[in-house]
Write a protein that binds this ligand. Structure first.
Ligand code: SAM
Length: 211
């Protein structure tokens, strides 16, 4: 994997995806935004090593505002990379936008990686459609969540909406951990105030009472 030039901003945070998958042994992983397949191949390799699970890799591979570089048709490169690492049985490449896949989606999701349409409306739509399928102990990962807190003039753009949306989730009570790496990677548990770790406690009662 290290020798492959995926031309991706995800950097070593791809190991976070790899590690999560190795650890959580998910049956279903969904990735929105594959491009040339850095995240796809790291997740796929972990599934292969687990010997189980499937990654649904959703990306239209057409010119849009969120292609990493100048060559927008990344389908062939992605397919070659998936083949190169022998990930065929573990990765289903879905050449479509997440909006096109949304109406037919039915499977429970263990891990959801959102790295597609980075506009506020786009990332909100992906969350609203797909997070309802994520298991309580599952995990939603967003890339590019630190663009506003740590602006880099080279990459700064007004239509980037991921930081604002993910911060709204945090303020709504969804547990959020953000790593200050590779433009920001945030892990969200898809349950407001988090899943209770104690029996007989409803989510609303789970606040720590004053002693
Ligand atoms: C930043 S790149 C993804 C990088 C990739 N995750 C990696 O690890 O290298 C963003 C990708 O999102 C895709 N994209 C844009 N809008 C999308 C949508 N509505 N649904 C799915 N993918 C979308 C683009 O085609 C582009 O390939």
């Amino acid at each position: 994997l290290e020798d492959t030039d995926f031309r991706s901003g995800l950097g070593d945070s791809s190991y976070l995806l790899y590690g999560l998958v190795k650890s959580a042994k998910p049956a279903v992983v969904v990735e929105i935004g594959s491009a040339r397949g850095r995240s796809t191949c790291f997740i796929g390799t972990a599934l292969k090593e687990n010997g189980s699970g499937k990654l649904y890799a959703i990306d239209p591979h057409t010119p849009n505002l969120w292609n990493d570089e100048d060559s927008p048709d990344t389908y062939r490169t992605l397919s070659k990379n998936v083949e190169k690492f022998g990930l065929g049985p573990y990765v289903e490449i879905m050449r479509a936008t997440s909006e096109e896949i949304a109406p037919q989606w039915q499977l429970p999701i263990d891990i959801l990686f959102i790295d597609g349409d980075h506009s506020y409306e786009g990332v909100k739509r992906d969350w609203e459609v797909f997070s309802q399928f994520v298991q309580p102990f599952g995990c939603v990962i967003f890339h590019d969540t630190l663009w506003d807190l740590k602006p880099d003039p080279k990459y700064s753009r007004p239509d980037m909406g991921v930081p604002r949306f993910v911060d709204e989730l945090r303020l709504m009570g969804y547990p959020a951990i953000t790593l200050d790496r590779d433009f920001g990677v945030s892990l969200i548990q898809p349950v407001r105030r988090g899943v209770s770790l104690f029996p007989h406690q409803s989510q609303t009662e789970s606040g720590v009472s004053a002693g």
